[in-house]
Each structure stands twice: as C-alpha cells, then as structure tokens.
Design a protein around this ligand. Structure first.
Ligand code: ATP
Ligand code: MG
Length: 410
C-alpha cells in the first residue's frame, strides 16, 4: 500500500518538476527573445539607418560635384558633420540681397574669396599667406551671417556651419571625433568655409570650471586649425561670427587675425538697405526713403526688414477691408496699392530698434574703446543720395507698370 502511494507521489513530483522546468525554460526563452528585440534589434536598425544616412550624404556630396574618390571611407562623424553643409546652389539670396555693406563685402571678397578660389596666386611668396581665419563682429541683425553665406554662394564655396550643438556631443569621446571630422571633411570637399556661428558660445574665455571634454575639444580644434597654416595651397578658411567679441577666448582671437566690424548702418546705409529690401515692391511716386532712413537711427538691417514687412501690412489690411465690403468676387485682385512714405513712417512708430533696447552691446564696445555702435553721419552727400533714390524709384514704378501687381518678396 505504502510503496504504491510512494510511487504515486514520486510520479506526481516528477510531473510537477518537469512542469516547473518547462515553465522556467519557456520564461528564459521569452526573456531572451525580449532582450534581443529590445537591445539587438534597435542596434541593427541603427546600423541600417546609419548606412542609409551615409549613402544619402555621399549621394548629395557627389551631386554637388565632389569626386567619389575623395569620399571613400567617410566616417560616421564626418557624416554627422556633413548634415551641417550647405552647398552654394542651396544658399538663398546672395550679395545683391545685402544692402549698405559695400566696404565689408569688398574686404571679405579680397580676404576670403581670392585665397579660396585662386590659391595659385599665393604660391611661392612667403609674404602672401592667405588668412586662415576672419572674425565678423557687430550688433545683432546687422547681416553677418547673411554676408558669410552670400560670400560662399558668390565664390561657389561649400559652407559648413558649426554651432555649439553640432559639436558638443553628450557622448564622451564623440566631441573629439566630431572636431576632427570638421577639418577632415573640409579637406575632402575644399574649397570650404567653416562658419563658426556664435563663436563666443563655442569658444568662450577659459575658466577653471570648464569641463574636461570641452577643454580637450578646444585644444584639438586649435591644433587642427593651426595645421591649416602650414600650407598656402589649402582652400579652407574659418569665419567666426559674434555679437559678443569680448567674450571670445584670446587664444581663438589670435587665430582670427582679421576682424571686421559689421556695425549698425548709418543713414546712407539704411537707405541702401531699404532699397535692397524693397527692390521688388511697388512704391508710390512720392516715396521718400531718405526721410524714412533719417527717422530710423539705431535700426539694424533685420529691424529695417521687419519695418518694411510691417509697412506692407498697411495696404494689405486696407485691401482686405475693401474686399470685405464688396460682395462681388470681381473686386478681388492680388495687387496692392503702392507703398507710401506714410506707411513706412507709421511702421517706424510701431517697430523699435532691437539693439538700442539691449544697450549692453554699445556700453561694452565703448568700454573696449571701439566706439559707439551707431553713427548717423551722412557719408554720401544728400543730393547724391536723392539722385540715386529718384533713379531707384523710377525703376520700381516702371516695374510696377510692367507687372500690375506686387511680385513675391524674398
Ligand atoms: N544689410 C542688410 N541688407 C539686407 N538685409 C539685411 C541686412 N542686414 C540684415 N538683414 C536681414 O536681417 C536678417 C538677419 O540678418 P543676419 O542673420 O545676417 O544678421 P546677423 O548679424 O547674423 O545677426 P545675429 O548677430 O543676431 O546672428 C536677415 O533676414 C537679413 O536678410
Ligand atoms: Mg548671425
């Protein structure tokens, strides 16, 4: 009896044990599948995505005229940096869309475009060393970034925009790889303009509290940058841009031997900027841009653009009001009445200059002894300006008669 009961118990025990073992095996299998799904699969997907991104970048570079041989062995960091590349044909606007900065344009042309596009002229003469770095500084909205981009477009030079976010990776080690990738990629695609926007944020003055990764990145960047100075044939130039030049690390400033101040425009420059911005807008015969410019001291190019946009809204609103009163669809047309001086002066009353509000810039420049941020001198004689304006106005009126409506703005 006992032994029969014992056999029964042990059979049950075996059955239960086997069930438990089976359950455990199933559980382990399920956990392994989950782990593979959650860990390995995304890694495979990442690799596939990285390959696709690399192919897309290589295709884009080849389409932009870079020879496939130069792109062999492109690293993942070069691919990441290549996302920040803008090719000349993709740059909107151009030199003709920037007004009143004729001197700055000329200096940039001489100092950047000639060395980048004609390195042969610099060969064989130790004195003729092309600059490897230029700093553009000035109050916000004065056209620094636009100038650098327009320059790259004019010279058919690739524009690599490096911002703090594109360089400082959260992964330790990546930042240094990315720093190297800037210069190695630039060497593959030269001529190239490495544009350091907000250079004060990227290379601020050193302090004891700086993170090790940041310090290493800076040291690496400067070392690679110095490498550019060893040959006159190199067609890579670094252009830094800031509205806080006093915050840039002195070691970086030393590597930017040329610095160009892009200041707030004076009256004659403001007239030129207004002409540039309004070049495809129909203006009233009586439009007096000189009076408008005189009423807008301290306005930056960006403020003047906003001012023109605000002024153009006045005929636009009038038109919408007229349309709401008339029921007939035939009364609707795309054309606006020509812009008048009164519209512009009304906009001057509504739009305040942004830099004047932040007096910090001017105070700081005064302290540095570089002078006030705005000048109101009339470098061009008033008569000369009025003559130029009359020609400009006649041009826009003729254009308006030709088209019968306002063309789209840039
Ligand atoms: N001289 C100018 N002529 C025509 N447009 C201008 C001029 N200056 C600025 N603008 C317009 O103002 C806007 C801002 O210009 P941009 O970004 O080049 O200024 P910035 O000096 O780089 O400013 P920030 O220092 O804030 O970066 C652009 O849309 C540009 O078209
Ligand atoms: Mg800028």
């Amino acid at each position: 009896m006992h032994s029969g009961g014992g056999e029964k118990v042990s059979a049950w025990t075996v059955l239960v044990n086997e069930a438990i073992a089976g359950g455990v095996t199933l559980f382990v299998l399920w956990m392994t599948t989950r782990w593979v799904k959650e860990t390995i699969a995304p890694m495979i997907e990442d690799t596939q995505n990285a390959k696709a991104a690399q192919k897309a970048i290589v295709d884009r570079l080849i389409k932009a005229g870079i020879s496939p041989e130069k792109l062999q062995g492109l690293t993942q960091w070069e691919v990441a940096i290549a996302q920040e590349l803008v090719f000349p044909e993709d740059i909107e606007g151009g030199m003709h869309t920037i007004g009143g900065l004729e001197n700055e344009k000329q200096v940039l042309y001489d100092d950047i475009l000639i060395p980048l596009t004609r390195p042969d002229l610099f060969r064989g003469n130790a004195l003729l060393t092309p600059p490897r770095g230029i700093l553009l500084y000035g109050p916000p909205g004065t056209g620094k970034t636009s100038l650098a981009k327009a320059l790259a477009k004019q010279g058919s030079v690739s524009f690599m925009c490096v911002s703090p976010s594109s360089l400082l990776s959260k992964w330790v080690g990546d930042t240094q790889h990315l720093t190297r990738a800037i210069f190695s990629l630039a060497a593959r695609i030269e001529p190239c303009l490495i544009f350091l926007d907000e250079i004060d944020a990227l290379f601020r003055e050193r302090s004891a509290g700086d993170h090790e990764v940041y310090r290493d990145m800076k040291a690496e960047f400067m070392q690679l940058w110095d490498g550019l100075f060893t040959t006159n044939d190199c067609r890579i130039i670094v252009v830094g841009c800031t509205n806080r030049p006093w915050d840039v690390d002195p070691a970086i400033q030393r590597r930017l031997p040329r610095s160009i101040k892009v200041d707030l425009p004076n009256v004659s420059q403001r007239v030129k900027i207004l002409q540039t911005i309004l070049r495809s807008t129909q203006l009233d015969r009586s439009m007096d841009l000189l009076s408008v410019a005189k009423q807008a001291p301290g306005y930056s190019g960006s403020d003047l653009k906003e001012l023109c946009r605000c002024a153009l809204m006045i005929p636009m609103k009038e038109k919408l009001q007229q349309e709401s009163k008339s029921i007939a669809d035939s009364a609707r047309s795309a054309s606006l009445r020509p812009l008048t001086t009164e519209d512009m002066l009304e906009a001057v009353r509504n739009i305040r200059p942004t830099t004047t509000q932040s007096s910090e810039y001017r105070n700081e420049l005064m302290k540095q002894g570089t002078g006030g941020a705005y000048t109101t001198d009339l470098s061009t004689s008033e008569d000369q300006m009025r003559n130029e304006l009359r020609d400009f106005l006649l041009g826009t009126i003729a254009m308006g008669q030709g088209m019968g409506k306002n063309p789209p703005q840039d």
